[in-house]
Ligand binder design. Structure first.
Ligand SMILES: *Cc1c(COP(=O)(O)O)cnc(C)c1O
Length: 363
């Protein structure tokens, strides 16, 4: 059996440090908004090379609160990739704005910068650039378009902790970035958690106020806020894991290289990384014309795979208002993609097994 993702093994590698962190928080008697949160925020800001980091409850709230803090809401439009996890769209919807989908490149899966300008209207306020599957979106042309049209660029870095674009860390490339520490992400908490990273001090402060009922001073509420705080326990657990993130990403990179080499020449589309980008390899995604058959065969051989994602946001019942919209590139991606097992605890032997199972099936 090769599981798609072995969270138990991933966290077992940090067992004693996680238990120490838990004990420290337990014994502190202080569980919300304290030193653990501050410590993680400053470590993660440093990791992202940004001046500010605000811990929040999850990745969706990170994106939603950034939009709110920028004053984006009803009547506004936010450009989003058509090919992303639905949370990117929900952030715009939560803020009261309308998500406007733009198609991705078929080879990189990320938003196609050459298609963005055609989607801009007088109502457009922001672009959410998703670094999908761990690969940075092509940020230079996106930032140039945003500057020309005076738009905010929000990075959805939920899948890309530590990925590099032209030597710079994701999270520091746009005006603000949302991160998720959902357990399955490259840096995962033992529950829900997220963060906003930014060099915009005013934005960071506004997000912080919004996370805490709209209050800076206890029982004084300047705006109608939310309860979207990162708790001390998750912050402490994340602080214990953060120092190992780069070595875990390095292992993901090795696995990706082995897959790319071993699967060459088969009737599959392999991941394409753009010039100057270094993926965090959250997922290793291939495309196959016979995706469902391939997945079934791998399942029979005890190899876990996943589809990211089976239904694009514009085809979900939740977004019934987009019914009838045709986004052929995104639809093709959703029909053909398959994610292979990748993670810091996947062994060389397991990678070889996956490669040989795919070869047997496709030859
Ligand atoms: C996971 C994810 C989110 C949402 O993060 P949560 O912490 O689960 O709310 C947003 N965008 C993308 C691309 C994601 O993969």
């Amino acid at each position: 059996m090769i599981p798609f993702l072995d969270l138990k093994a991933i966290n077992a590698a940090h067992r004693s440090e996680l238990i120490d962190a838990f004990a420290r928080v337990l014994d502190s008697g202080w569980y919300i908004l304290g030193n653990e949160g501050k410590r993680f925020e400053s470590a993660f800001a440093q990791y992202c090379a940004t001046q500010h980091c605000v811990g929040v409850s999850n990745g969706l709230d990170a994106l939603h609160l950034i939009l709110r803090a920028y004053g984006i809401g009803a009547g506004d439009e936010v450009i989003v990739p058509s090919n992303t996890y639905i949370a990117t769209w929900l952030a715009a919807t939560y803020a009261g704005a309308t998500p406007i989908p733009v198609e991705p490149r078929l080879d990189t899966y990320n938003i196609d910068p050459t298609l963005i300008e055609a989607a801009i209207t007088p109502r457009t306020k922001a672009i959410i650039a998703v670094h999908l599957y761990g690969q940075p979106a092509d940020m230079d042309p996106i930032m140039a378009i945003a500057e020309k049209h005076k738009l905010k660029v929000i990075e959805d870095a939920a899948q890309a902790h530590g990925a590099l674009y032209k030597g710079r860390k994701v999270g520091s490339l746009g005006h603000a970035a949302g991160f998720s520490f959902y357990p399955g992400k490259n840096l995962g908490a033992l529950g829900d958690a997220g963060a906003v990273a930014t060099n915009d001090a005013e934005l960071a402060e506004k997000v912080r106020v919004l996370t805490n009922y709209g209050s800076k001073v206890k029982y004084h509420n300047e705006v109608k806020g939310f309860n979207c705080r990162l708790d001390e326990l998750q912050a402490a657990l994340l602080s214990a894991k953060l120092p190992y993130l780069d070595s875990e990403t390095k292992r993901r990179k090795e696995i990706a290289a082995k897959y790319s080499e071993g699967l060459k020449g088969l009737p599959l589309v392999l991941p394409v990384i753009i010039e100057g980008a270094e993926s965090a390899w959250h997922l290793f995604v291939i495309q196959s014309q016979n995706r469902d058959e391939l997945q079934m065969q791998l399942t029979e051989r005890g190899i876990g795979t996943m589809i990211h994602y089976p239904i694009p946001p514009h085809k979900q019942s939740a977004y019934i208002e987009f019914v009838g919209m045709h986004l052929p590139i995104s639809e093709q991606i959703h029909r053909n993609v398959l994610s292979l097992p990748i993670g810091p605890t996947v062994t060389d032997e397991e990678v070889e097994q996956v490669i040989s199972a795919i070869k047997t099936q496709l030859r």
